[in-house]
Write a protein that binds this ligand. Structure first.
Ligand SMILES: NC(=O)c1ccc[n+]([C@@H]2O[C@H](COP(=O)([O-])OP(=O)(O)OC[C@H]3O[C@@H](n4cnc5c(N)ncnc54)[C@H](OP(=O)(O)O)[C@@H]3O)[C@@H](O)[C@H]2O)c1
Length: 298
């Protein structure tokens, strides 16, 4: 007999940070943990290994987002108390989603916003949403990544021809998508406060060895899976397990029940970049993204 009385959905729970966050929360019998992955078989196997449930979700296909939300609604699972928007990827070549949107923006930002909208009626207060960001959103942090673009939703969704090398263009789109995660966090935190839903962002630090480099060239992959793993004793470098526990805490720690609109680097709340606090930019990103989602699902 299940003792669980609450559910958390973790996107991208089949690998890296998401899997470790899921593992940490699933150890508490009060929680039913749903991990999502694009491949149903793989998601089932990964979920079974950590005591979670599996669901299929492709954030690059808005029909899949709608289907996932419909399935969740009829699943009979305990009330949805938390959503962790963790899935993310980084392309080194221009790639487009099933809906024809540049895929880094489409998956990391637009798909997650669509998911939040689709599950909003199912989130029962007190509830928590966490977006996984990254230090790469902040030009003041030394991450080796290009600064985010300062542009509008249309240009992010349908970018002009790259003016820099494909890998650099892809990395810039990644840091831009992580800025969008922060902007969305702050916008939704304001909007959802009266509903009893908190919204926070999380930076796991550098976690070498995860699947994030899967689209990189063979030399970069070799570095990511070997040499970079040895950096784990340096400040700001973490294992997925350590960061997964810190991410899980944002979902489960009772002392954070009222905390909203904050950016956590590991276990510590810190300021994010100057650009991320621009409320006009946050609101424009939100409204223009919803308009685009409306067009894409019409
Ligand atoms: N690794 C780092 O150093 C680092 C640093 C800062 C922030 N982050 C952030 O941490 C988060 C997790 O990354 P990770 O390093 O753990 O990478 P990872 O091991 O590659 O995990 C990414 C997850 O996202 C899922 N995913 C990818 N594309 C998807 C799509 N179209 N629809 C749904 N799910 C999709 C993958 O699931 P399937 O492939 O099974 O579908 C996978 O479970 C990301 O948001 C990333 O930006 C990572």
């Amino acid at each position: 007999m299940t003792t669980s009385d609450r559910t958390v959905v973790i996107t991208g729970g089949t690998s890296g940070l998401g899997r470790e966050c899921a593992r940490a929360i699933a150890a508490d019998p009060r929680w039913t943990v749903v991990v999502t992955g694009r491949d149903a078989e793989r998601a089932r196997a990964e979920a079974a290994a950590i005591g979670a449930q599996a669901a299929t979700l492709d954030l690059g296909a808005l029909a899949s987002v709608a289907h996932f939300a419909d399935e969740f609604r009829t699943s009979g699972l305990p009330p949805l108390r938390a959503l962790v928007c963790n899935a993310g990827l980084q392309y080194t070549r221009r790639t487009y989603t099933e809906d024809g949107v540049e895929a880094t923006f489409g998956v990391n930002h637009l798909g997650h916003l669509a998911l939040v909208q689709a599950l909003l009626g199912d989130l029962i207060a007190p509830a928590r949403i966490v977006f996984v960001g990254s230090a790469t959103h902040d030009p003041k942090q030394i991450t080796g990544m290009p600064d985010p673009l300062d542009t509008n939703v249309r240009e992010l969704a349908y970018p002009p021809k790259p003016t820099e090398s494909a890998p650099r263009d892809g990395r810039r789109r990644y840091s831009t998508s992580k800025l969008a995660n922060l902007q969305t966090t702050y916008e939704l935190a304001r909007q959802f406060e009266a509903r009893g839903i908190t919204v926070n962002a999380f930076d796991p630090g550098l976690m070498p060895g995860t699947g994030l480099a899967r689209d990189s060239g063979s030399v970069a992959q070799l570095w990511w899976h070997t040499v970079a793993r040895g950096l784990v004793l340096l400040p700001g470098v973490n294992t997925p397990r350590r960061s997964g526990k810190a991410l899980a805490r944002l979902v489960t720690d009772p002392s954070l029940a009222e905390v909203t609109g904050r950016y956590f680097v590991g276990r510590t709340a810190k300021p994010s970049s100057k650009a991320s606090y621009d409320q006009d930019a946050q609101h424009a990103l939100y409204t223009d993204s919803l308009e685009l989602l409306g067009e894409l699902t019409r």
